[in-house]
Design a protein around this ligand. Structure first.
Ligand code: ZN
Length: 270
């Protein structure tokens, strides 16, 4: 790969912005079970948006955050998600070893996690339409990463899937028995199974701890700023964020996790 680094980062950023505007469509339409195909239209007056007014980020800025058709305010969520996707794309290309690896992980891992996170933030649900198929995609991606040792890939991914989903299922069962109400949504469990399938069993320790800490920070800040009208804090976005962080720093994190696992393996199996 002989594209100058800065050019590569710019291209990844633009690609991310474009993908982000497609993710906006998914985030808007998936929970309403609407078709994800078909032209973009204004959510206020239903007028079709011509392609030249649908340029990620640029259109929003040029139109001062108002729609061209009916001059209504466009939610800042649209440009924010475009910018976020662009940012995630740049960070992904920086942490990928090859260009195919960047495309695979950005398109099949980062993008679904962004969609899941935003929908979970807004509606407190994680649609099965995304998490369940991407459990299978995770299994396939690890086949690719471990090629030609398909058995190793299947073991890595399968163990992650089972431990990720199983551990949370057990935890949710125990907690709901203790609290006598549903402690954790089934959506979180499927998301954890998806993360396990993509990232393998060792990642789960990090994702669980880092995800809980991020959620705690959010809860504390929310309480201080008193911005939560509702008490329910979605767990999905923080698990997703931890999953992304794990992939970015996978080598460094695994290096630190291995001694811990060896230690406990020594305690339990010697
Ligand atoms: Zn309009």
């Amino acid at each position: 790969m002989h594209i100058p680094k800065i050019l590569l980062l710019i291209q990844a950023g633009i690609f991310g912005l474009i993908l982000g505007s497609f993710l906006n469509v998914l985030i808007y339409r998936l929970p309403q079970s609407m078709s994800i195909l078909g032209r973009s239209y204004c959510p206020h007056c239903r007028a079709q948006i011509p392609f030249y007014r649908n340029v990620p980020l640029v259109s929003y800025l040029l139109q001062w955050g108002k729609s061209a058709c009916c001059q209504k305010k466009i939610s800042p969520q649209y440009p924010l998600i475009e910018a976020l996707t662009g940012f995630v794309s740049v960070v992904t290309v920086m942490h990928a070893e090859t260009l195919p690896q960047y495309f695979i992980w950005f398109l099949l891992f980062m993008c679904p996690l962004i969609v899941i996170s935003v929908i979970d933030f807004q509606l407190k649900i994680i649609p099965d339409v995304i998490s369940v198929p991407f459990i299978i995609v995770g299994l396939m991606v690890q086949q690719f990463e471990h090629y030609p040792e398909w058995w190793a890939g299947l073991k890595f991914s399968g163990l992650g899937l089972l431990i990720g989903g199983g551990f949370l299922l057990l935890f949710a069962e125990v907690m709901s028995r203790l609290l006598k109400k549903e402690a954790m949504g089934g959506g979180d469990i499927k998301l954890m199974a998806m993360l396990g399938a993509f990232l393998g069993p060792k990642s789960l320790i990090f994702i669980y701890i880092a995800g809980s800490m991020l959620a705690l920070v959010y809860a504390v800040f929310g309480r201080i700023l008193n911005k939560h009208q509702d008490r329910q804090i979605p767990f999905g976005p923080f698990l997703s964020m931890a999953g992304m962080l794990f992939w970015f720093y996978r080598e460094q994190i695994i290096e630190r996790i291995n001694p811990v696992i060896d230690f406990y393996a020594g305690v339990f199996f010697s």
